[in-house]
Design a binder for this molecule. Structure first.
Ligand code: UDX
Length: 447
């Protein structure tokens, strides 16, 4: 009989994983403790904007016309325990309030809620991003709290999906990593991922700590590339060089690669910043001091970029206070093709300028509702051109395709001053300059 899979936690990771598992042909039960989330999912609606996810849900959620019916949802742990051969734990691990360490309470409570209901042998698979050492601890907990005679085993299987590409990253990942303690666990996970593996996805089998570290080190490496290029932008700024050309030129070396070398206001979102901080906290606990120092610099270069952007705007406007200046902000989300504004560098810059007296008007293709919720006092416009109307300066802070396709001549007609600052090094300087704009970007020459 085909494996039956439960997915605990139906947020970003869980909703995508549940739909992907149904797509791979498994019977899937998604569990969440928030009934409103379940109601939305039962209508085939994703909890956030993610290209292709609504369609994938509607193709499988039971009761939706034409669906496979392989995907259903519940809020009941007893039902989940009875249903699944494999239970994927996909709850989030946010940064603890006021601290760098991550908050494990959702993972802990998911496993604590599931364990006593297990009646059949089961594999519990953690997918959440956790500090190294967590799987060891959770395996001991599970062994102790599953009812006597029930063989409940833990495995770790980190997730590497990117927002905006979640569906494709889940169905066709670059690699699958599993931390296991038995051949049985490995065999079950090979069965789950048989389709992507048959299509060529590498399947890496390792121990618990390595599997946990693969995730945090992959994210830290990406963060390192971004902070590295931002440090090079500072060098270019100081010497008159052009960081975009520099990135292109070093990127031709495939040991370095072209990706993740776009200088600008740095990384944000729900993963990279909090993961690097949790990694720092864990390095500190384990006494890995040099690793801690290294990671701290990456975080601090990243955070500095936001302030640099504010300074660039101030200097471009003549160096005085922002009071009375009209600032158009293009972009609110932490990256394009997402409605996520968590730890968004764009909103952080907009917020700083607003707090310093600037009259800020924000436009974003998908992030307006979320931005309004956390920054209700900023001004908002319904389109890029409306945001730019009457502006003394335009800040390009999230690299949506819509912004690259704007007509600088048309914007120039409505702006008070043709001054654009590209915080993402993503606009075409020549195009804007030809339309009469002064174009400035971090780490690039002024003309
Ligand atoms: C990231 C990892 O890429 C993914 O593998 C992991 O599973 C979760 O965290 P995501 O949060 O979706 O995914 O964002 P990502 O695409 O990595 O971008 C992170 C941030 O870095 C964005 O704010 C982006 O604008 C910024 N970035 C990216 C740069 O500043 N420069 C670049 O060259 C690339």
């Amino acid at each position: 009989m085909a494996l039956r899979i439960t997915v605990i936690g139906t947020g970003y990771l869980g909703a995508t994983h549940a739909a992907a598992m149904a797509e791979l042909g498994f019977e899937v039960l998604g569990l969440d403790v928030v009934p409103e989330k379940i109601e939305k999912l039962e209508r085939g609606e994703a909890p956030m904007y993610e290209p292709g996810l609504d369609e994938l849900l509607r193709a499988h959620v039971v009761g939706i016309e034409g669906s496979s019916g392989r995907l259903r949802f519940t809020t009941d742990y007893a039902e989940a325990a009875a249903f699944g051969d494999i239970h994927f734990v996909c709850v989030n691990t946010p940064q603890r309030h006021g601290e760098y360490a991550c908050d494990m309470s959702y993972v802990d409570s998911a496993i604590a809620s599931l364990a006593p209901h297990l009646t059949e042998p089961a594999l519990v698979v953690g997918k959440s991003t956790v500090p190294v050492g967590s799987a060891d601890r959770l395996a001991a907990y599970l062994a102790e709290h599953a009812p006597v005679g029930v063989d409940a085993e833990l495995a770790w299987n980190p997730e590497f999906l990117r927002e905006g590409f979640a569906v494709q990253d889940t169905l066709r990942p670059d690699r699958i990593v599993v931390g296991v303690r038995s051949k049985r666990a490995e065999k079950l996970l090979r069965e789950v991922y048989a389709t992507p593996v048959s299509e060529g996805t590498p399947f890496v089998v390792t121990d618990f700590p390595t599997s946990e570290l693969v995730k945090t080190s992959a994210n830290s490496f990406l963060a390192t590339k971004i902070s590295f290029i931002n440090a090079m932008a500072e060098m270019c700024e100081a010497s008159g060089g052009d960081v975009a050309k520099l990135a292109e030129a070093i990127g031709y070396d495939d040991r370095i690669g072209k990706k993740f070398l776009r200088a600008g206001i740095g990384f944000g979102g729900g993963c990279l910043p909090k993961d690097i901080r949790a990694f720092m906290a864990r390095a500190g606990e384990l006494g890995a001091d040099q690793a801690l120092t290294f990671l701290r610099e990456i975080d601090s270069i990243n955070m500095r970029q936001r302030g640099q952007m504010v300074e660039l705007a101030r200097q471009a406007l003549g160096g005085g206070p922002f009071l009375g200046k009209r600032v158009a902000v293009l972009g609110a989300t932490f990256k394009p093709d997402s409605d996520d504004v968590r730890d968004s560098p764009a909103l952080n810059v907009a917020g700083q300028i607003h707090l310093q007296g600037g009259q800020v008007t924000v436009y974003d293709p998908k992030g307006m509702d979320n931005a309004r919720r956390i920054f209700p006092t900023l001004g908002y416009a319904g389109s890029a051109i409306e945001a730019v109307r009457g502006a003394d300066v335009v800040l390009h802070l999230t690299e949506w395709r819509e912004f690259r396709e704007l007509d600088p001549a048309a914007l120039g007609e409505v702006a008070a001053t043709r001054l654009v600052l590209d915080g993402r090094n993503a606009l075409d300087p020549e195009l804007w300059r030809q339309a009469g704009w002064t174009y400035r970007a971090m780490g690039r020459p002024t003309a």
